[in-house]
Design a protein around this ligand. Structure first.
Ligand SMILES: *[C@@H]1O[C@H](CO)[C@@H](O)[C@H](O)[C@H]1NC(C)=O
Ligand SMILES: *[C@@H]1O[C@H](CO)[C@@H](O)[C@H](O)[C@H]1NC(C)=O
Length: 197
């Protein structure tokens, strides 16, 4: 009798939860991306993308070749040269939490020069070898996933829009010998540090 009651109650609670919070239930599909303090990474908030140097002795950070964005390239530099970014989900979510594996646009939070059409959004041109700015909404999707070699790090991947003629899959973003962020080189290990300013 007790068991039946318990099951009945659980069922009602479950039904209530499922109908009242469908997005909350759905949101459990993927883990939230966490910042260096273990807090959920939020859409629209400013972060510095930090990465260990090759010998793991210093912390490097992602920035642009020019701090006023003018079709600048995205590079890895010293921490004091960092430029904050914001993430915006390609498909808007209700809770504003950035989740592992979801499609994102990445924008520098920085002024841009007044040339027509210049945006602060990261992009990779088709056949492009480096990450640049000047992206257009929806077409320049990235995603964040756990770095498989070490669970405390994440990696970024570029996910081209699939075209009828393109069997596109996401490619990890690394750093080339020129310090430019680049697809098709070993993934860069990154973490997300809330921007203090
Ligand atoms: C640096 O740290 C990463 C992640 O923990 C590790 O995979 C790599 O082997 C380390 N490199 C060196 C040179 O210690
Ligand atoms: C950052 O530090 C480097 C030396 O480590 C220095 O050359 C550079 O001018 C500094 N940049 C800024 C913006 O302070």
């Amino acid at each position: 009798m007790k068991i039946t009651k318990f099951l009945g109650l659980s069922f009602i609670l479950f039904a209530f939860a499922a109908t009242s919070f469908p997005e909350a239930v759905h949101a459990k599909d993927a883990a939230a991306v966490l910042d260096v303090f273990g807090n959920e990474v939020q859409a629209g908030a400013r972060y510095i993308i930090v990465a260990p140097s090759n010998d793991n002795t210093t912390t490097l950070a992602v920035t642009a070749t020019s701090k006023i964005i003018c079709n600048s390239d995205v590079i890895l530099s010293t921490l004091n040269e960092s430029l904050p970014i914001t993430f915006s989900p390609a498909i808007k979510s209700n809770d504003g939490v950035i989740r592992e594996g979801s499609y994102l646009n990445v924008n520098f939070d920085a002024p841009s020069c007044r040339m027509g059409g210049v945006t602060t959004m990261w992009m990779i041109e088709s056949e492009g070898l480096i990450v640049t700015t000047g992206g257009v909404d929806r077409l320049n999707r990235f995603k964040i996933t756990k770095y498989e070699g070490d669970n405390s790090f994440y990696q970024l991947s570029f996910c081209p829009m699939s075209e009828p003629f393109c069997d596109c899959s996401c490619v990890p973003v690394g750093v080339n010998s020129d310090k430019h962020l680049s697809p098709n080189v070993g993934p860069l290990l990154v973490m997300f540090e809330p921007d203090a300013y």
